[in-house]
Design a protein. Structure first.
Lengths: 134, 639
């Protein structure tokens, strides 16, 4: 149900795509003719979340909605659009939830700080184990 | 009748767990021998009763007894027998019953086999194990009764998720659970040693085989799970940084760190408090994993039931056990002496570095997994996946590989920097040459894959160096184990880097007879034919793939299951010495074309071969340790 609703939303939100359903269907499961463009599309698809799946990217999913999103990404890559622009376009429609690569922001700075903080705390703790140099 | 017998066994097991805890407390207080003897017997009986309950559940599934609610919800009489049996744990209640069964059996095994630990510490350990078991029995009996009846009984069941109808279901969950829950033994040992203030080398030597055993099963379970996802999901991926995968990776990371720190404690009586802490953390990660998967907080193929009360129950258990253990740790850590301190450049120093890096990776995975849940609590929806984990944990993992290459070459106590560097000549040369060779032959393949391949070559050379110049027949088994396990990491890393660098992918729609090139292969769809399975019907594509003079036939399928109605694609994979050809049949486009997904993945099998080597190394190590203990015990008897 949720899948159908989101699908509907997708179609309503993108009239340009809705007008041309056939090429979109084809691009869901077949590659772009230009290998460089396909590689770029693939890289992008691997970092976009399939919104109706169970923790999968749209590059790894059989769900119909993932197929539609793949077609969308390929269409825009083929039209020469920048990967970053496609991502922000999707984020503006579906929210940050759609991107597996969250941008540095007020909500995510603790996340990006954590690895460095962990490493520093770890080094500080490990120092206790070592004999003091005389 | 069988269902009721199972329920009775479960209640009795729960009662025995309480008795076991009481006897443990009595043995600690009075030190009476009857209590000690009693607690061992009760622990064994409790494990056996839990197994009886599990056996009863398997029996009702095998018989397709549709008056049992769980069978109705998760099984179907037309299912093949293997999936009826394995389906017993392919659902929430059954998998939790398997969980406590293994918990009970682990406690029973400790009671029967453990003779080295001081009696009072053993009593405290078994008491702790019983307390954990009691909580999870309560969870089953109160919130997740697997034996509940349904009246009137329906004619047939709803069936099992077809994605789970695979031989993988028979092996993956039990293996992983033995690993997960086996870590409870390390947890109970740590609690027991804290209670009796008995943290030291003897405790470490007693705990080590149990940690090793759990770790071997965890390694196998993760490796098998990864391969299962790889061929079942049909998109060529083998690791998705899915929260459920992370839930199995976190206990493994903690157990790997524990395995190394317990060696320092056993050999040099150092890292006392830290080792105890890690033992608590390792099983805590297992419980957090169970909570994440079983609470319905995540949506995943593993999350069978979405029921908030169950989530709250497991969360409460989690807080009680982890909180209790940490409180005990805080109370007693003052009495645990720091233990020996080390020189910076020593084997101990290397192992501290190992623990530091592994723990940081663990922290990153934990934070990355929980962050979206916490953010959702603040009303922010976001996703964290491969890009974050690769960026944050990737560099640290590569640093860990370098440390792993050098560590076994450094002497205990103190070593000389020049000597270590001299030992590292060959590994460094291997890394540099292979890196340079790759750039020359294959061009620029990306920084992480290049580093991965170069470092795996260096690590492979470094990992066999501890054997050089030794009499191989007199080299201890556990040294062989270390060598094989470290070599396994190198092999697995090489597979991951090759998959990232050299995979070629084709997603095409073709008419029968049109050849498609993928890597060195030419693949042609020859025909499509209907096929029929035991509980599915389907379409099978016939693909002919040729490379040079080599011709092979692959038959990927589309399967349609009626109960529940689902379509799955059945991958056809051809494994060759130098890689795998991975093919999937998609839908028809109505104009005579069929979608095909084709991948040529050079050396990808090394990923799982490496995993198997790591587990084999663990097994050699375990056999070596146990055999040495036996000999030592025999000598003591004769002396």
């Amino acid at each position: 149900m949720r899948g159908a609703a989101l699908l509907l939303l997708l179609i309503v939100a993108t009239p340009a795509v809705a007008n041309t359903p056939l090429p979109s269907q084809r691009l869901a499961n077949t590659e772009l003719p230009d290998p460089a463009q396909e590689a770029r599309a693939r890289g992008l698809m691997e970092t976009l979340r399939c919104l109706v799946c169970q923790g999968q990217s749209i590059a790894d999913s059989d769900a119909a909605m993932a197929g539609d999103m793949r077609a969308l990404v390929r269409q825009r890559v083929a039209a020469g659009e920048e990967s970053g622009a496609i991502r922000s376009w999707l984020v503006s429609r579906y929210g940050d939830y759609v991107s597996y690569d969250p941008p540095l922001s007020r909500a995510t700075w603790p996340l990006y700080l954590a690895p460095i903080a962990l490493l520093l705390i770890g080094v500080a703790l490990a120092r206790v184990s070592f004999r003091r140099r005389r | 009748m069988i269902a009721e017998a199972g329920l009775v066994a479960l209640w009795l097991a729960a009662a025995l767990a309480l008795l076991q805890f009481a006897l443990g407390a009595l043995a600690l207080r009075t030190g009476r021998e009857e209590a000690m003897l009693g607690i061992r017997r009760v622990a064994v009986a409790q494990g056996l009763l839990a197994s009886v309950a599990m056996a009863c559940l398997i029996a009702v599934f095998a018989a397709s007894d549709m008056s049992v609610k769980l069978v109705v919800e998760n099984s179907h009489s037309a299912k093949p027998m293997l999936y009826k049996i394995a389906g017993a744990w392919g659902n929430h209640e059954g998998s939790m019953l398997l969980w406590v069964t293994i918990l009970g059996l682990a406690g029973g095994a400790v009671a029967m086999l453990e003779h080295r630990l001081e009696e009072r510490t053993l009593a405290a350990t078994l008491g702790a194990q019983a307390l954990i078991a009691a909580g999870f029995y309560a969870f089953l009996l109160i919130a997740s009764n697997p034996f509940a009846r349904l009246w009137p009984a329906p004619a047939d069941g709803l069936g099992l998720n077809p994605l789970l109808q695979d031989p993988g279901l028979a092996f993956h969950p039990p293996t992983l659970y033995i690993g997960y829950v086996g870590l409870s033994v390390a947890f109970s040992f740590a609690v027991g040693a804290l209670v009796t203030r008995d943290v030291g080398a003897v405790f470490a030597k007693a705990m080590r085989p149990w940690v090793l055993g759990a770790w071997i099963f965890l390694t196998l379970g993760i490796t098998a799970g990864s391969y299962w996802a790889y061929y079942e999901l049909g998109w060529g991926g083998w690791w998705f940084w899915d929260p459920v995968e992370n839930a199995s990776l976190m206990p493994w990371l903690a157990a790997t760190a524990l395995l190394h720190s317990v060696t320092v404690l056993a050999t040099r009586d150092g890292l006392r408090a830290w080792t105890v802490m890690l033992a608590v953390v390792a099983f805590s990660m297992s419980m957090i994993g169970t909570f994440l998967v079983r609470s319905g907080i995540l949506t995943s193929v593993h999350a069978f039931a979405v029921d908030p009360t169950r989530g709250a129950f497991i969360l409460a258990l989690l807080l009680i056990y982890i909180g209790g253990a940490l409180a005990l740790f805080a109370l007693r850590v003052g009495t645990v002496r720091q233990g020996t301190t080390f020189e910076l450049l020593s084997r101990e120093g290397g192992l501290v570095l190992n623990n530091l890096l592994l723990t940081v990776i663990l922290g990153i995975v934990l934070i990355g997994t929980l962050y979206p849940l916490v953010a959702a609590g603040f009303g922010v929806q976001l996703s964290i996946g491969a890009p974050f984990f690769n960026k944050a944990a990737g560099p640290i993992a590569l640093a860990l590989v370098i440390a792993m290459a050098a560590g076994p070459l450094i002497r205990w106590r103190r070593d000389d920097g020049q000597a270590v560097l001299a030992q590292l000549t060959y590994p460094t040369a291997a890394a540099c040459f292979s890196g340079a060779g790759l750039v020359v032959l294959a061009g620029w393949i990306g920084l992480l894959p290049l580093l991965g391949l170069a470092l795996s070559a260096g690590l492979a050379v470094a990992s066999v160096l501890p054997l050089v110049g030794r009499n191989l027949r007199r080299t201890p088994m556990f040294t062989w184990g270390m060598v094989v396990a470290h070599l396994g990491i190198a092999v697995s890393l090489a597979g991951m880097a090759c998959d990232a660098a050299f995979t070629t992918e084709r997603l095409v729609a073709v008419r029968p007879g049109e050849p498609v090139r993928v890597g060195p292969f030419s693949v042609t769809l020859v025909g499509i034919a209907p096929v029929l399975g035991e509980n599915w019907s389907g379409l099978e594509g016939r693909l002919i793939a040729t490379r040079d003079d080599d011709t092979m036939v692959l038959r990927p399928q589309q399967r349609f299951f009626a109960n529940p109605p689902t379509t799955t694609s059945e991958t056809a994979i051809r494994t060759m010495l130098d890689g795998q050809l991975y093919t999937v049949l998609g839908a028809a486009d109505g104009q005579g074309r069929w979608q095909l997904r084709l991948w040529w993945k050079p050396w990808v099998t090394l990923i799982w071969l490496g995993g198997a080597l790591i587990a084999l190394g663990g097994a050699l190590s375990l056999i070596g340790r146990v055999a040495r203990d036996r000999r030592a015990a025999l000598r003591e008897i004769w002396a």
